[in-house]
Design a protein around this ligand. Sequence first.
Ligand code: SAM
Length: 326
Amino acid sequence: MKAPCVRVERERGETTRRQLAESDLIAEDLEIVVEGGWLFVPIVDPDGVPDALEVVEHDVPTRETPDMPVDILGFEPTYERLGDIVLIDEDDDDRAREIADALVSSAFPVKTVLNRASKIKGETRVRDWDLLAGDETETVHREYGCEFALDVARVYFSPRLATERHRVAEQVVPDERAFDMFAGVGPFVIPFAKRDAQVVGTDLNDVAIGYLRENARRNGIEDRVTAIAGDVREVASEYEDWADRLVMNLPHSANEFLDTAVSLAGDECVIHYYDIQHEDDPFGPGEAAIRGAAEPEYDVSVETRREVRSYAPHELNVCLDVRLTR
Ligand code: SAM
């Protein structure tokens, strides 16, 4: 079948394969092909491939492994991977158990299988999980060349937002001052600091802040990261007029924090504002709330209106990139 592949000279094949594997970019259900001095490595996300590598469409066969989950189950289960933990979302207990057993006995590298047991909830946005296999909920997840240690039972983290976070991180320039108001374990903070920004991250969840500090060390950028446990509304007075960039990933309630955001903003500041709204008007309420908080002190211009993903029937998770200019 035709699939997006990284094309690389044979001599550089193994180094490149390892680099792609570290970022979880290799399509494991497809074979790597060698042809005419080139290696074609099938990948899952062309956007995630570093610019220095060439991505082409190429014919690659499906992998003949008798013990992938699909071979054992007879159907392809839906799951997400978080490091060596597999997350599933099954209401039927028997089916959940069947999938977990197949995942563990397959050739798939899996330490723990967790089934969603609640929606994300409370101020810390952590969900309950049923442990179906293994006993550890802590892992190290890799995303676009960054490593994130986290405990999925104690902090919020969604691997689904990787492409969106990368889109935002690519806008960061060296030496800018960025503030993530709801930082979690640092999936915005760490890539921002890797691009040489000075970054402050706050979170109410002190477990998440512990991981954020560990992740700053892991990724070698602790000198550019300040991690503060607490309510951003109480921390903000130390950083008034400070930020060139703000991240507000607390959909459903970000509007309640816009006065704080405006107090953090410097003379020129871009806000990445995440929201969940009805598909009929996904951007209007967010834009109105931002204008209400920032005008007339700032000129407000919306630079991007982006649908990140579908959240529920007729509801969208969206992002507004908004520039404030004093
Ligand atoms: N930015 C991270 C990410 O994208 O994975 C985490 C986002 S999660 C949806 C929202 C985070 O905001 C949670 O970790 C929660 O603990 C934190 N939070 C909620 N209310 C807060 C507040 N008043 N001040 C600081 N952090 C808060």
